[in-house]
Design a protein around this ligand. Structure first.
Ligand code: FE2
Length: 300
């Protein structure tokens, strides 16, 4: 932990910039972080919009991000996922095609692929080895965004592929914490675990208290405030309604499992996972060039 603290202090002096796009259709925050000196950037958790009724994808929203990257003269080094999302399709493949860069995700994606290959009844043409992504990050692996030092922490619990990217003085924690007034992410998807999530939250809380913490989702706390996606490690430790103030592991697990039992599946879960575990590539076309999503029946 001392090492991470030193790392964060060291890069504090480097100039990191950030821009966030919030997609109100999926309540997803896409973060672009870049080294202000050499303008190399990472894009974290992008969104390809999807009209479920029409079965059509749309890049209208993500094209705003593409325009920003081009206008700012940013050079995309990484296109990162904090996990295999269940509530939106990633635009990773679209962004890689438009802007370049390497896709990356936590190495636990292989576990997600193995599980969902069975659920979707996929054949030998889908290999559950993570090779759909350019890089699989090991826990604690260090990398660079331009001259900014970065480290990935595996923060499992919501899913087996979940990770937090610590870049400069910022941490992008995906679906672990929500805003302090909204709690934490669910743990009832295949491979999820409330006990693992508790340990992951502790891992994030061990970062320096001033670390800026950027979240994947916000729902405006049930409409009581505007959507927001930035807090701090200290803010979570003090005020998070699920773990703030010294909640024990036993208390957290009991609360999380009781809440999860009442949640319905996200609207886009079945379309999203089969695209996201292909790093954003749509399923391969048939002989006529048409692409189809699969809807497994009674899988959940
Ligand atoms: Fe998620």
């Amino acid at each position: 932990m001392l090492r991470l603290h030193q790392l964060t202090k060291k890069v504090w002096k480097m100039s990191a910039s950030l821009k966030t796009y919030f997609d109100s259709d999926t309540n997803n925050a896409t973060h672009i972080v870049w080294d202000s000196e050499n303008r190399k950037c990472a894009i974290i958790d992008s969104v390809l919009n999807f009209d479920l009724a029409a079965g059509s994808t749309s890049a209208t929203a993500v094209d705003q991000l593409v325009a920003f990257v081009e206008e700012e003269g940013l050079n995309v080094e990484w296109i990162l996922e904090t996990h295999i999302h269940a509530d939106h399709l990633t635009a990773a493949a679209y962004l890689k095609d438009k802007l370049g860069g390497r896709t990356g995700i936590g190495a636990g994606v292989v576990d997600v692929q193995k599980t969902f290959k069975k659920i979707y009844g996929l054949g030998d043409d889908f290999v559950a080895d993570g090779a759909q992504f350019d890089h699989l990050f090991a826990d604690g692996e260090e990398f660079q965004v331009g001259a900014l030092s970065a480290t990935i922490l595996h923060t499992l619990g919501h899913t087996p592929a979940c990770a937090t990217y610590v870049i400069a003085d910022m941490a992008f924690s995906g679906d672990t914490f929500f805003m302090p007034d909204s709690g934490t992410a669910r743990c009832d998807f295949p491979g999820g675990s409330a006990a693992q999530l508790y340990n992951s939250l502790e891992k994030i809380l061990a970062l320096p208290p001033e670390t800026r913490l950027f979240l994947n989702h916000d729902y405006g706390c049930g409409g009581s405030r505007d959507c927001c996606w930035e807090t701090t490690v200290a803010g979570q430790r003090d005020k998070n309604i699920h773990v703030g103030g010294g909640t024990t592991a036993e208390e957290f697990i009991a609360m999380r499992e009781e809440r999860d039992a009442m949640l319905s599946m996200p609207r886009l879960v079945l379309p999203a996972i089969q695209v996201n575990m292909r790093a954003g590539e749509l399923p391969p076309p048939d002989a006529d060039g048409n692409r189809f999503l699969k809807i497994p029946l009674n899988a959940f």
